[in-house]
Design a protein around this ligand. Structure first.
Ligand code: 13P
Ligand code: SF4
Length: 311
């Protein structure tokens, strides 16, 4: 505990010395969330990264999130505590595979919407980016006369099709954390808390989404839990969310959605970041996100389009 206090003090001192801002995703460990300047979902983090006046952005999340911050801030130093913090969704759609698919299907003239959980290389091939927080809005704004290809999350894509009525071709990727929740695992916890409401992330499978009272991004879960009339709420997403929710909604009983194997679900990539690594990356300004300028510029266009369209 004392060691953590010292580490946090060191992190704050380094942050001031470097004129840095610490951005953290809702799935980071509680100690990292508590030392961050801003904690939020991918959409809120993208807006904050774009707006910051700090010289250094320390991104506590996974690599594609830090890369997104670099794409909109080419002149700033962007570091992340662990450069190996990847994402199964990003890995499911390598840019060369998407490029080959688009070449083979050139006659379709796809309007390509990429969920932000993808590499800069994939972003550069797309027309617009979306997050779970604005996917419905972005799809509703797509040109009505072109077929849509949605990459890389088939579950988020299927949910957006249900919400918008717009048919899309879906890339077959998924989040290895959210597909671990099953109808049985959610029914079991519902039986334990029969009056509880269920809020689930749209990366969950349709079988799980069907059991949810609300399906939304991690940020929207805060407002949903705060405003819900009942005390017991089952939260079907990555475990880090519980820390933020318990802080923001202290009067609620927030119950982790279980999988068939665990009482709650951790993203091994999100959890690669630690307070020690956060201190070290502020100290050394490494590991840094670096990008080829022409790729960065191509990836920036669809990101800026998203920020514009989801205002
Ligand atoms: P949010 O944008 O809803 O925070 O989701 C990001 C993510 O990685 C979900 O697994
Ligand atoms: Fe990627 Fe899933 Fe981890 Fe989110 S929870 S970062 S989608 S692997």
């Amino acid at each position: 505990m004392l060691a953590n206090l010292d580490l946090k003090a060191e992190i704050i001192a380094l942050k001031h010395a470097r004129n840095a801002v610490i951005l953290a995703h809702n799935y980071q460990t509680g100690d990292i969330q508590d030392v961050a300047d801003y904690v939020g979902d991918s959409l809120g983090l993208a807006y904050h990264a774009k707006a910051t006046e700090a010289d250094v952005i320390v991104f506590c999340g996974v690599h594609f999130m830090a890369e997104t911050a670099k794409i909109v801030n080419p002149g700033k130093i962007v570091v992340l505590p662990d450069a190996d913090a990847g994402c199964s969704l990003e890995q499911s759609c390598p840019a060369p595979e998407l490029e080959a698919f688009l070449k083979a299907n050139a006659e379709k003239n796809y309007y390509i919407i990429a969920y932000i959980n993808c590499s800069g290389g994939v972003k550069a091939l797309c027309d617009v980016i979306c997050t779970s927080g604005n996917a419905v809005k972005i799809v509703n704004l797509a040109p009505p006369d072109r077929p849509i290809l949605f990459v890389p999350d088939e579950n988020l894509g299927a949910w957006v099709m249900e919400q918008t009525g717009r048919k899309m071709d879906l890339w077959k990727g998924n989040c290895y954390v959210h597909v671990e929740f099953t109808r049985d695992s959610i029914n079991r916890i519902k039986a334990e808390f029969p009056t509880a409401l269920v809020v689930a992330h749209p990366e969950c499978t349709a079988a799980v989404r069907l059991l949810a009272d609300e399906v939304c991004s991690t940020e929207k879960m805060i407002a949903y839990c705060r405003n819900s009339p009942v005390r017991d709420i089952i939260v079907v997403t990555e475990s880090g969310m519980l820390h933020r929710l318990r802080k923001e909604c202290p009067d609620k009983n927030l119950i982790a959605g279980p999988t068939d194997r665990c009482a709650c679900a951790d993203c091994r990539y999100m959890k690669m970041n630690t307070l020690e690594k956060l201190r070290d990356c502020l100290d050394r300004l490494q590991p840094r996100v670096e990008m080829d300028e022409s790729l960065r510029a191509r990836a920036e266009q669809p990101l800026l389009r998203m920020l514009e369209q989801s205002k």
